[in-house]
Design a protein around this ligand. Structure first.
Ligand code: PMV
Length: 321
Protein backbone atom coordinates (compact mmCIF):
# COMPACT_ATOMS: atom_id res chain seq x y z
CA UNK A 1 0.00 0.00 0.00
CA UNK A 2 1.37 3.39 -0.98
CA UNK A 3 1.02 5.91 1.83
CA UNK A 4 2.58 9.15 0.63
CA UNK A 5 2.85 10.81 -2.75
CA UNK A 6 6.16 12.56 -2.06
CA UNK A 7 8.94 11.92 0.45
CA UNK A 8 12.05 13.95 1.32
CA UNK A 9 15.06 12.30 2.93
CA UNK A 10 18.54 13.57 3.81
CA UNK A 11 21.71 11.55 4.30
CA UNK A 12 25.27 12.69 4.96
CA UNK A 13 28.45 11.47 3.35
CA UNK A 14 30.97 9.47 5.38
CA UNK A 15 34.72 9.01 5.42
CA UNK A 16 36.14 5.58 6.16
CA UNK A 17 38.85 5.34 8.81
CA UNK A 18 39.21 1.66 7.88
CA UNK A 19 38.57 1.41 4.15
CA UNK A 20 36.41 -0.67 1.87
CA UNK A 21 38.59 -1.41 -1.15
CA UNK A 22 37.66 -4.66 -2.83
CA UNK A 23 34.56 -6.69 -3.64
CA UNK A 24 33.92 -10.35 -2.97
CA UNK A 25 30.72 -9.98 -5.04
CA UNK A 26 30.57 -7.20 -7.61
CA UNK A 27 26.83 -7.14 -8.36
CA UNK A 28 25.79 -7.02 -4.69
CA UNK A 29 28.75 -5.00 -3.38
CA UNK A 30 29.80 -7.60 -0.83
CA UNK A 31 33.21 -6.32 0.36
CA UNK A 32 36.43 -8.18 1.10
CA UNK A 33 36.92 -6.21 4.33
CA UNK A 34 34.74 -4.78 7.06
CA UNK A 35 35.06 -1.00 7.30
CA UNK A 36 34.57 1.74 9.88
CA UNK A 37 33.58 5.31 9.09
CA UNK A 38 32.63 8.66 10.51
CA UNK A 39 29.59 10.37 9.01
CA UNK A 40 30.25 14.07 8.33
CA UNK A 41 28.03 17.00 9.27
CA UNK A 42 29.04 19.27 6.38
CA UNK A 43 28.30 17.27 3.26
CA UNK A 44 24.93 15.74 2.45
CA UNK A 45 22.29 14.91 -0.15
CA UNK A 46 18.59 15.69 0.08
CA UNK A 47 16.34 13.64 -2.16
CA UNK A 48 12.68 14.20 -2.94
CA UNK A 49 11.02 11.10 -4.32
CA UNK A 50 7.67 10.72 -6.06
CA UNK A 51 6.10 8.60 -8.79
CA UNK A 52 6.79 9.93 -12.27
CA UNK A 53 3.87 10.47 -14.61
CA UNK A 54 5.93 9.08 -17.51
CA UNK A 55 6.21 5.68 -15.82
CA UNK A 56 10.01 5.85 -16.25
CA UNK A 57 12.70 6.38 -13.61
CA UNK A 58 14.00 9.93 -13.96
CA UNK A 59 16.83 11.71 -12.15
CA UNK A 60 17.15 15.44 -11.52
CA UNK A 61 20.44 16.41 -9.91
CA UNK A 62 20.86 19.94 -8.56
CA UNK A 63 17.95 21.09 -10.73
CA UNK A 64 19.09 19.48 -13.99
CA UNK A 65 17.92 16.32 -15.76
CA UNK A 66 20.76 13.77 -15.58
CA UNK A 67 21.54 10.31 -16.96
CA UNK A 68 19.60 7.86 -14.77
CA UNK A 69 21.33 4.63 -15.90
CA UNK A 70 23.09 3.85 -12.61
CA UNK A 71 20.12 4.78 -10.47
CA UNK A 72 17.76 2.80 -12.70
CA UNK A 73 19.99 -0.26 -12.39
CA UNK A 74 19.81 0.16 -8.60
CA UNK A 75 16.01 0.59 -8.60
CA UNK A 76 15.55 -2.46 -10.84
CA UNK A 77 17.60 -4.55 -8.41
CA UNK A 78 15.46 -3.26 -5.54
CA UNK A 79 12.29 -4.12 -7.52
CA UNK A 80 13.66 -7.61 -8.00
CA UNK A 81 14.83 -8.10 -4.40
CA UNK A 82 11.77 -6.70 -2.63
CA UNK A 83 9.36 -8.30 -5.10
CA UNK A 84 7.67 -4.88 -5.37
CA UNK A 85 7.31 -3.89 -8.99
CA UNK A 86 6.80 -0.21 -8.20
CA UNK A 87 6.27 2.20 -11.13
CA UNK A 88 8.80 4.72 -12.46
CA UNK A 89 10.14 7.24 -9.95
CA UNK A 90 11.14 10.87 -10.12
CA UNK A 91 14.31 11.33 -8.07
CA UNK A 92 14.96 14.99 -7.39
CA UNK A 93 18.28 15.31 -5.55
CA UNK A 94 20.26 18.24 -4.20
CA UNK A 95 23.87 17.39 -3.52
CA UNK A 96 25.58 19.51 -0.88
CA UNK A 97 28.88 17.80 -1.56
CA UNK A 98 31.34 20.06 -3.38
CA UNK A 99 32.67 18.31 -6.47
CA UNK A 100 35.82 20.41 -6.19
CA UNK A 101 36.51 18.70 -2.88
CA UNK A 102 36.60 15.41 -4.74
CA UNK A 103 34.31 13.93 -2.13
CA UNK A 104 32.22 11.07 -3.42
CA UNK A 105 28.52 11.89 -3.23
CA UNK A 106 27.46 8.31 -3.95
CA UNK A 107 27.35 7.40 -0.23
CA UNK A 108 24.98 10.22 0.74
CA UNK A 109 23.01 9.92 -2.54
CA UNK A 110 22.19 6.23 -2.28
CA UNK A 111 21.52 6.44 1.47
CA UNK A 112 19.07 9.35 0.95
CA UNK A 113 17.42 7.58 -1.99
CA UNK A 114 17.05 4.38 0.03
CA UNK A 115 15.48 6.23 2.95
CA UNK A 116 13.03 8.03 0.66
CA UNK A 117 12.20 4.83 -1.23
CA UNK A 118 11.45 2.80 1.88
CA UNK A 119 9.05 5.47 3.16
CA UNK A 120 7.41 6.08 -0.22
CA UNK A 121 6.74 2.35 -0.68
CA UNK A 122 5.69 1.94 2.95
CA UNK A 123 8.34 -0.73 3.53
CA UNK A 124 9.52 -1.32 7.13
CA UNK A 125 11.90 1.49 8.17
CA UNK A 126 14.42 -0.93 9.56
CA UNK A 127 17.99 0.45 9.68
CA UNK A 128 19.62 -2.87 8.87
CA UNK A 129 17.37 -3.44 5.85
CA UNK A 130 17.96 0.12 4.67
CA UNK A 131 21.71 -0.33 5.03
CA UNK A 132 21.54 -3.48 2.89
CA UNK A 133 19.52 -1.72 0.20
CA UNK A 134 21.82 1.33 0.18
CA UNK A 135 24.83 -1.00 -0.09
CA UNK A 136 23.54 -2.30 -3.42
CA UNK A 137 23.61 1.27 -4.79
CA UNK A 138 27.11 2.04 -3.49
CA UNK A 139 29.01 0.07 -0.87
CA UNK A 140 29.95 3.07 1.24
CA UNK A 141 26.26 4.19 1.29
CA UNK A 142 25.52 1.29 3.66
CA UNK A 143 27.32 3.31 6.38
CA UNK A 144 25.60 6.65 5.61
CA UNK A 145 22.28 5.43 7.05
CA UNK A 146 23.91 6.04 10.44
CA UNK A 147 25.36 9.07 12.17
CA UNK A 148 28.71 9.38 13.94
CA UNK A 149 30.71 6.12 13.79
CA UNK A 150 29.43 3.12 11.85
CA UNK A 151 30.85 -0.28 11.02
CA UNK A 152 29.96 -2.15 7.86
CA UNK A 153 30.28 -5.85 8.66
CA UNK A 154 31.46 -7.42 5.45
CA UNK A 155 29.33 -10.55 5.87
CA UNK A 156 29.30 -13.15 3.12
CA UNK A 157 26.04 -12.59 1.26
CA UNK A 158 23.21 -10.09 0.76
CA UNK A 159 21.60 -10.88 4.12
CA UNK A 160 24.77 -10.68 6.23
CA UNK A 161 26.48 -7.63 4.72
CA UNK A 162 25.21 -4.43 6.35
CA UNK A 163 26.39 -1.52 8.48
CA UNK A 164 25.37 -0.67 12.02
CA UNK A 165 26.04 2.14 14.47
CA UNK A 166 29.27 1.65 16.37
CA UNK A 167 29.78 4.59 18.69
CA UNK A 168 27.57 7.58 19.30
CA UNK A 169 29.53 9.88 21.62
CA UNK A 170 31.23 13.03 20.41
CA UNK A 171 34.94 12.19 20.55
CA UNK A 172 36.04 15.61 19.22
CA UNK A 173 37.43 14.37 15.92
CA UNK A 174 37.78 16.93 13.11
CA UNK A 175 38.47 16.44 9.43
CA UNK A 176 39.98 19.18 7.33
CA UNK A 177 39.14 18.46 3.71
CA UNK A 178 41.79 19.81 1.34
CA UNK A 179 40.09 20.60 -1.96
CA UNK A 180 42.76 19.51 -4.39
CA UNK A 181 41.68 19.99 -7.97
CA UNK A 182 40.95 16.98 -10.14
CA UNK A 183 43.68 17.00 -12.78
CA UNK A 184 43.78 13.38 -13.80
CA UNK A 185 41.12 11.22 -15.36
CA UNK A 186 39.19 9.58 -12.59
CA UNK A 187 39.23 5.81 -12.18
CA UNK A 188 35.86 4.61 -10.83
CA UNK A 189 36.04 2.94 -7.45
CA UNK A 190 34.59 -0.29 -8.88
CA UNK A 191 37.27 -0.49 -11.57
CA UNK A 192 40.00 0.62 -9.16
CA UNK A 193 39.05 -2.13 -6.70
CA UNK A 194 38.98 -4.79 -9.42
CA UNK A 195 42.53 -3.87 -10.44
CA UNK A 196 43.88 -3.46 -6.90
CA UNK A 197 42.57 -6.88 -5.85
CA UNK A 198 45.09 -8.40 -8.27
CA UNK A 199 48.08 -6.96 -6.40
CA UNK A 200 50.23 -9.76 -4.89
CA UNK A 201 50.17 -7.87 -1.59
CA UNK A 202 46.37 -7.43 -1.56
CA UNK A 203 45.72 -10.45 0.70
CA UNK A 204 48.18 -9.10 3.25
CA UNK A 205 46.41 -5.70 3.21
CA UNK A 206 43.06 -7.45 3.81
CA UNK A 207 44.52 -9.35 6.78
CA UNK A 208 46.11 -6.23 8.21
CA UNK A 209 42.83 -4.39 7.77
CA UNK A 210 41.04 -6.89 10.05
CA UNK A 211 43.66 -6.27 12.76
CA UNK A 212 43.43 -2.53 12.24
CA UNK A 213 39.64 -2.60 12.57
CA UNK A 214 39.99 -4.09 16.06
CA UNK A 215 42.59 -1.48 17.01
CA UNK A 216 40.45 1.30 15.54
CA UNK A 217 37.39 0.23 17.56
CA UNK A 218 39.44 0.47 20.77
CA UNK A 219 40.92 3.82 19.75
CA UNK A 220 37.47 5.32 19.00
CA UNK A 221 36.07 4.04 22.30
CA UNK A 222 39.11 5.51 24.09
CA UNK A 223 38.63 8.88 22.25
CA UNK A 224 42.31 8.53 21.29
CA UNK A 225 42.58 10.78 18.22
CA UNK A 226 46.31 10.16 17.78
CA UNK A 227 45.79 6.38 17.59
CA UNK A 228 42.78 6.84 15.29
CA UNK A 229 44.85 9.04 13.00
CA UNK A 230 47.87 6.74 12.92
CA UNK A 231 45.79 3.65 12.12
CA UNK A 232 43.55 5.42 9.57
CA UNK A 233 46.57 6.87 7.78
CA UNK A 234 48.35 3.54 7.57
CA UNK A 235 45.18 1.80 6.38
CA UNK A 236 44.52 4.40 3.65
CA UNK A 237 48.11 4.54 2.43
CA UNK A 238 48.12 0.73 2.35
CA UNK A 239 44.99 0.80 0.20
CA UNK A 240 46.61 3.19 -2.29
CA UNK A 241 49.75 1.04 -2.28
CA UNK A 242 47.71 -1.84 -3.76
CA UNK A 243 46.80 0.42 -6.70
CA UNK A 244 50.49 0.93 -7.42
CA UNK A 245 51.48 -2.71 -6.92
CA UNK A 246 48.82 -4.40 -9.07
CA UNK A 247 49.57 -5.71 -12.60
CA UNK A 248 47.89 -2.67 -14.22
CA UNK A 249 49.13 0.03 -11.83
CA UNK A 250 47.29 3.32 -11.38
CA UNK A 251 47.41 6.14 -8.89
CA UNK A 252 44.96 8.69 -7.54
CA UNK A 253 47.81 10.87 -6.24
CA UNK A 254 48.80 14.06 -8.03
CA UNK A 255 51.60 16.51 -7.10
CA UNK A 256 49.46 18.55 -4.72
CA UNK A 257 48.36 15.32 -3.01
CA UNK A 258 51.98 14.48 -2.24
CA UNK A 259 52.65 18.04 -1.06
CA UNK A 260 49.65 17.98 1.30
CA UNK A 261 50.67 14.55 2.63
CA UNK A 262 54.23 15.74 3.26
CA UNK A 263 53.00 18.88 5.00
CA UNK A 264 50.60 16.83 7.15
CA UNK A 265 53.53 14.73 8.30
CA UNK A 266 55.63 17.86 8.98
CA UNK A 267 52.80 19.26 11.13
CA UNK A 268 52.64 16.00 13.09
CA UNK A 269 56.40 16.00 13.62
CA UNK A 270 56.17 19.55 14.93
CA UNK A 271 53.77 18.37 17.63
CA UNK A 272 50.29 18.92 16.16
CA UNK A 273 47.73 16.17 15.71
CA UNK A 274 47.64 15.73 11.92
CA UNK A 275 47.07 12.55 9.90
CA UNK A 276 45.88 11.93 6.37
CA UNK A 277 43.28 9.72 4.76
CA UNK A 278 42.33 9.49 1.08
CA UNK A 279 39.68 7.82 -1.06
CA UNK A 280 39.24 7.24 -4.79
CA UNK A 281 40.56 10.66 -5.79
CA UNK A 282 43.48 13.03 -5.27
CA UNK A 283 42.06 15.02 -2.34
CA UNK A 284 43.21 14.57 1.23
CA UNK A 285 41.20 14.60 4.45
CA UNK A 286 43.32 15.63 7.41
CA UNK A 287 42.38 14.03 10.70
CA UNK A 288 42.84 16.15 13.80
CA UNK A 289 40.89 17.17 16.90
CA UNK A 290 38.69 20.15 17.70
CA UNK A 291 41.38 21.70 19.91
CA UNK A 292 43.98 21.67 17.09
CA UNK A 293 41.81 22.40 14.04
CA UNK A 294 42.12 26.21 14.04
CA UNK A 295 45.90 26.24 14.25
CA UNK A 296 46.26 23.40 11.79
CA UNK A 297 43.92 25.06 9.30
CA UNK A 298 45.88 28.31 9.56
CA UNK A 299 49.11 26.46 8.82
CA UNK A 300 47.63 24.71 5.78
CA UNK A 301 46.14 27.95 4.43
CA UNK A 302 49.49 29.64 4.80
CA UNK A 303 51.34 26.80 3.07
CA UNK A 304 48.75 26.34 0.28
CA UNK A 305 47.24 29.80 -0.31
CA UNK A 306 45.42 28.72 -3.49
CA UNK A 307 43.79 25.66 -2.01
CA UNK A 308 40.31 25.61 -0.41
CA UNK A 309 39.73 23.81 2.88
CA UNK A 310 36.59 22.81 4.75
CA UNK A 311 36.34 21.60 8.32
CA UNK A 312 33.87 18.81 9.05
CA UNK A 313 32.85 17.03 12.25
CA UNK A 314 30.67 14.05 13.05
CA UNK A 315 27.19 14.29 11.52
CA UNK A 316 23.82 12.63 11.91
CA UNK A 317 22.20 9.67 10.21
CA UNK A 318 19.34 9.44 7.74
CA UNK A 319 16.52 11.90 8.42
CA UNK A 320 13.19 12.97 6.93
CA UNK A 321 11.41 16.28 6.69
O1 PMV B 1 31.04 3.20 -2.29
P1 PMV B 1 32.05 3.20 -3.38
O2 PMV B 1 31.82 2.12 -4.36
O3 PMV B 1 32.16 4.55 -4.02
O4 PMV B 1 33.49 2.89 -2.73
C1 PMV B 1 34.11 3.78 -1.88
C2 PMV B 1 35.45 3.32 -1.49
C3 PMV B 1 36.29 4.31 -0.69
O5 PMV B 1 35.65 5.55 -0.58
C4 PMV B 1 37.60 4.52 -1.40
C5 PMV B 1 36.57 3.75 0.71
C6 PMV B 1 35.42 3.70 1.65
O6 PMV B 1 35.39 2.77 2.46
O7 PMV B 1 34.56 4.60 1.62
Amino acid sequence: MIKQAKVRATAHTNIALIKYWGKADVSLNIPTTSSLSMTLDKFYTTTELSFDASGQDRLILNGEGTDATRVKGFLDLVRQKTGQDFPGLLIDSQNHVPTAAGLASSASSFAALTGALVRLLDLPENDREMSRIARIGSGSASRSIFGNFAIWNKGHDDASSYAEPFYDEDIGLSMIVAEISQKEKKMSSTRGMQLAQKAPSYGAWVEKSARQLKEMKSAVQAHDIEQIGLIAQDNALGMHEQNRLCPEPFDYFIDETRQVLAFTEACYRSGLLAFATMDAGPNVKIITDKASETELLARFKNEFPNMAFEIAHAGGGLSYD
